[in-house]
Design a protein around this ligand. Structure first.
Ligand code: PEP
Length: 242
């Protein structure tokens, strides 16, 4: 059923330093059967090119250029061969008020630029507790589908339940699979082959729990925060997907 390459993407957030980056560049192993991506703080993107992993950004502007102080355009990212971009991470949705509409615009801009958006969706704890996960995630997803439909080939969806991010509390493989299957079903109404779209899981993924998550039929990889800062843990997670 998984007739596609799995993806393991690391999200360093605002962590790391040049020494760490150079260690990854020097020593990160090669995984031939999966796509490995490191989403770095934007300053480090220009420092990094590696045969062993691809480079991703953690955010982008949906504008081409102009008076947008502090923002980075997709054309600039492309100049540094950065072809993956995280879009709509829950930290940006919460702290920078990124609405579903803004996230959808960014996803569309990334696709139009020929790059790959890693679009994050996922519910906070109160939504899980009150039983409306599908409504909540469905709304986040619909905004993206609406703006990207007809051009979703490169799209990657990251299901990241907010209560599992950075908490050490992973969704069980069954909880994650249930939402991944829902996401795929929703996508299937708008594209010819929803099975070719990668849906990766994020939320306290570690070298301990990666294999059982990857064994689920609709989990096509992971978006990894904390564990992507340690080369050994991150490469063990890649190994589990490879
Ligand atoms: C994330 O920030 O996307 C994430 C999943 O973080 P962590 O793996 O640390 O929970």
């Amino acid at each position: 059923q998984k007739n596609k390459r799995m993806m393991v993407a690391g999200n360093w957030k605002m962590n790391g330093n040049l020494t760490m980056l150079h260690q990854f560049k020097r020593s990160f192993p090669v995984f031939e059967n999966i796509d490995v991506v490191l989403c770095l703080p934007s300053l480090y993107i220009s420092e990094t090119s590696s045969a062993n992993f691809s480079i991703g950004a953690q955010d982008c502007s949906y504008y081409e250029s102009g008076a947008h102080t502090g923002d980075i355009s997709l054309t600039m990212l492309a100049e540094f061969d950065c072809k993956y971009v995280i879009v709509g991470h829950s930290e940006r949705r919460a702290r920078y008020n990124e609405s579903n509409e803004i996230v959808a615009k960014k996803a569309k801009a990334v696709l139009e630029n020929g790059s790959v958006p890693l679009v994050c969706v996922g519910e906070p704890l109160e939504v899980r507790d009150n039983g409306s996960v599908f409504d909540y995630v469905g709304e986040q997803l619909d905004a993206v589908i609406e703006s990207c439909k007809g051009a979703m080939d490169n799209l990657v969806i990251a299901y990241e339940p907010v209560w599992a991010i950075g908490t050490g509390k992973t969704a069980t493989p069954e909880q994650a699979q249930e939402v991944h299957a829902f996401i795929r079903e929703r996508l299937s109404k708008y594209c010819d082959d929803s099975h070719s779209i990668r849906i990766v899981y994020g939320g306290s993924v570690s070298d301990k729990n990666a294999a059982e998550l990857f064994a689920q039929p609709d989990i096509d990889g992971a978006l990894v925060g904390g564990a992507s800062l340690k080369m050994d843990s991150f490469s063990d997670i890649c190994l589990a997907a490879n």
